[in-house]
Design a protein around this ligand. Structure first.
Ligand code: MLT
Ligand code: MN
Ligand code: ZN
Length: 305
């Protein structure tokens, strides 16, 4: 299995257009040892030819251009993408669907029922797309039932509900429902290697922990270092946990969880907010991650679990 990181930043990207926090200013003026990042998205493949896009970021066109493997050019109109799987209905994970509207034939999209409701009501992207390519919606089960993705038959997919939040526009933003956010397990049936992916993870409950322990590589929420990172910087009053993101630091933080996984498990962070000190490659926080064997993903990186 191949996993390609198309975008490793959280919503807003890095730098964020209207932000002059130390990170955004520093990467913009070159004074910081840091790399710009586009918004959260990955692509998964069994053979390196057919790819499943997992989340459609607002930066999708730049991401496709930066990853030529996704345009195999076998016909006048072509794509390496066999479909799109949505982990949630967040703006940074879904609005790129608009940019795929020229697709020849309905776009095949896997999503849960709550995400489908949000994308037909609160933010009716699917309704808009019906005036262009249309949507071939596939129900994404989130009770652990295995499902397959046409074109990626060598991979077995399953999903679990996560403790997190639906998108800010969702009619039930403050009343999260199972299936608003999922964690994805992808196993390669040829070698058994397994990925756990969860870019929006608010808390690690027992089923989530079990799924993480089953995986050879965990690619998880790297949004914030401190729970109160945005209030501290004065950019927002929201804490990480209040918007469904478990911070890395602290007794019950992501680092302490990742530490409990076997040393052989590959541990990677994605969906990194522009305020997070780990973006500064010279920071003490980045060095701390390295000491714990935790990698910070970057755009264009490819790995096999
Ligand atoms: C999130 O991950 O919490 C959202 O993408 C936030 C947003 O939509 O800006
Ligand atoms: Mn996000
Ligand atoms: Zn910033």
């Amino acid at each position: 299995m191949k996993v390609r990181i198309l975008g490793s930043a959280a919503g807003g990207g890095f730098p964020q257009w209207n932000c002059n926090c130390p990170n955004c200013r520093g990467v913009r003026d070159g004074s910081l040892r840091a790399t710009p990042r586009t918004q959260s998205s990955i692509a998964i493949s069994a053979d390196g030819i057919d790819w499943l896009l997992v989340n459609a970021s607002p930066d999708i066109l730049a991401q496709l251009a930066a990853n030529p493997v996704l345009q195999p050019a076998r016909a006048l109109r072509d794509t390496g993408l066999v479909g799109v799987l949505l982990m949630d209905g967040q703006v940074d994970h879904t609005t790129g669907l608009y940019m795929l509207r020229e697709h020849r034939g309905p776009l095949r999209i896997w999503c849960t029922d709550p995400v489908h409701a949000d994308l037909t009501q609160g933010n009716p992207i699917f309704g808009v797309l019906s005036h262009f390519c249309g949507v071939d919606r596939r129900v994404l089960p989130f009770d652990g039932t295995p499902f397959s993705v046409d074109g990626l038959e060598a991979l077995a997919f399953s999903a679990i509900p996560l403790s997190s939040k639906p998108a800010p526009y969702s009619p039930h933003r403050e009343n999260p429902q199972p299936g608003d956010n999922i964690g994805l397990l992808v196993s390669d049936t040829r070698d058994g290697r397994t990925l756990f992916y969860a870019p929006g993870l608010g808390a690690i409950d027992a089923p989530t922990w079990q799924a993480m322990q089953r995986a050879d590589a965990v690619l998880v929420d790297g949004t914030f270092w401190h729970d109160d990172e945005m209030p501290r910087l004065g950019v927002s009053s929201k804490t990480g946990r209040s918007i469904g993101h478990l911070p890395q630091a602290g007794d019950d933080g992501m680092i302490s969880w990742l530490d409990r996984l076997p040393a052989t498990t590959r541990k990677l962070l994605i969906h990194i907010n522009n305020t997070n000190p780990i973006l500064d490659e010279a920071s003490a926080e980045r060095a701390e991650l390295a000491r714990h064997g935790i990698e910070v993903t970057r755009d264009g990186m490819e790995f096999s679990p």
